[in-house]
Design a protein around this ligand. Structure first.
Ligand SMILES: CC(=O)CC(=O)SCCNC(=O)CCNC(=O)[C@H](O)C(C)(C)COP(=O)(O)OP(=O)(O)OC[C@H]1O[C@@H](n2cnc3c(N)ncnc32)[C@H](O)[C@@H]1OP(=O)(O)O
Ligand SMILES: NC(=O)C1=CN([C@@H]2O[C@H](COP(=O)(O)OP(=O)(O)OC[C@H]3O[C@@H](n4cnc5c(N)ncnc54)[C@H](OP(=O)(O)O)[C@@H]3O)[C@@H](O)[C@H]2O)C=CC1
Length: 283
């Protein structure tokens, strides 16, 4: 199957980035969210990035219009009835995701592939709530989506080769490089990245150094483009905590225990860049 039309569920930072790259690659895209406000914010962020790219001469005004013409907004998940592929990018919570997958299973045509952009949750478990587990797969983009080249493709236990190949070919059409990963907590990217971020938070918690100095260590000492605390704020501290909980519960090793300071910040509503405050303040 060659994918022509996609729905992206969730118009947050990941969903809007995913919608943008699909629209720029010539796919028909429906961006879905529960509120009109979220949809408008998602569309505005796509327009802002495309306008910047025009100013920089990376794309033409015509490329921008074409991409925006490929994009429509919808508050009704039943609009996925016309789609070949759905990429879900809502909150990292199994209960919420499985409800959405049950709904998608009801409304999409039988040939449609249902993909999740989950950072860490088991694809096999998400697939099990549908009547098409062979067509459920992980399509894990990296943040910021328009910039990062990688897509982790995660096979659930019942994902077929055909589903895998369609998604791998779709990632290639998006000009991304994909890697095949098996269904383990945190997959590959976050099994490696998140323990480093969590350790950096422990270092702040234990008074090893200030957040600024810890980030400087990793930026100037290891040439990371962002320090781990700046990156945690960028990912979202709620998402970081959900991922650490999945690693801790799923792998059962105390080395993955989420730092109490991370829990405290999330409880306080300090979710990082998206809420205006995390390890740093954002205006
Ligand atoms: C949690 C998960 O499940 C998985 C994950 O995603 S983990 C997170 C993975 N991501 C990372 O590790 C990101 C690490 N950070 C970086 O690579 C860089 O800091 C960065 C690309 C985000 C920004 O780069 P920078 O050099 O510091 O800043 P800046 O010069 O403003 O941006 C570089 C380019 O990226 C673009 N860019 C930055 N943020 C962007 C965004 N949100 N959307 C689109 N484009 C963006 C800029 O427009 C710029 O483009 P040009 O080179 O064409 O001018
Ligand atoms: N942040 C990152 O760096 C990365 C995140 N991911 C994964 O991507 C997913 C989304 O993360 P991110 O974009 O950062 O999160 P955001 O909080 O930015 O966006 C989530 C969006 O989904 C909406 N939403 C919540 N429930 C539903 C629903 N039932 N139907 C439709 N929309 C819904 C939210 O609306 P509202 O705000 O109203 O609740 C919000 O607009 C998560 O699974 C995360 O783990 C993957 C790679 C990187």
């Amino acid at each position: 199957m060659s994918v022509k039309k996609v729905m992206i569920v969730g118009a947050g930072q990941m969903g809007s980035g995913i919608a943008q790259v699909f629209a720029q690659s010539g796919f028909q895209v429906i961006l879905n969210d529960v509120t009109e406000d979220a949809l408008n914010k998602g569309k505005a962020s796509i327009e802002k990035i495309l306008t910047k790219d025009v100013t920089k001469g990376k794309i033409t005004e015509e490329d921008k219009s074409k991409a925006l013409n490929n994009l429509s907004l919808s508050g009704n998940i039943a609009d996925a009835a016309s789609c070949d592929l759905v990429v879900e990018a809502i909150v990292e919570n199994m209960d919420v995701k499985t409800k959405v997958f049950q709904e998608l299973d009801r409304v999409t045509p039988p040939h449609a592939i249902l993909a999740s952009n989950t950072s860490s949750l088991p694809i096999t478990e998400i697939a099990a709530v549908t009547n098409r587990p062979e067509k459920v797969i992980g399509m894990h983009f990296m943040n910021p989506v328009p910039v990062m080249k990688l897509v982790e493709i995660i096979r659930g236990l019942q994902t077929t080769d055909e589903t895998y190949e369609t998604v791998a070919e779709t990632a290639e059409r998006l000009n991304k490089t994909s890697v095949e990963v098996n269904d383990f907590p945190g997959f590959a990217a976050n099994r490696i990245l998140l323990p480093m971020i969590n350790e950096a938070i422990y270092a702040v918690y234990e008074g090893v150094a200030s957040p600024e100095d810890i980030d400087t260590v990793m930026k100037l000492g290891m040439n990371h483009p962002m320090g781990p605390l700046q990156l945690a704020d960028f990912i979202g501290l709620d998402t970081c905590l959900y991922i650490m909980e999945v690693l801790h519960d799923g792998l059962g090793d105390s080395k993955y225990r989420p730092c109490p300071l991370l829990r405290k910040y999330v409880k306080a509503g300090w979710l990082g860049k998206k809420s205006g405050r995390g390890f740093y303040e954002y205006t």
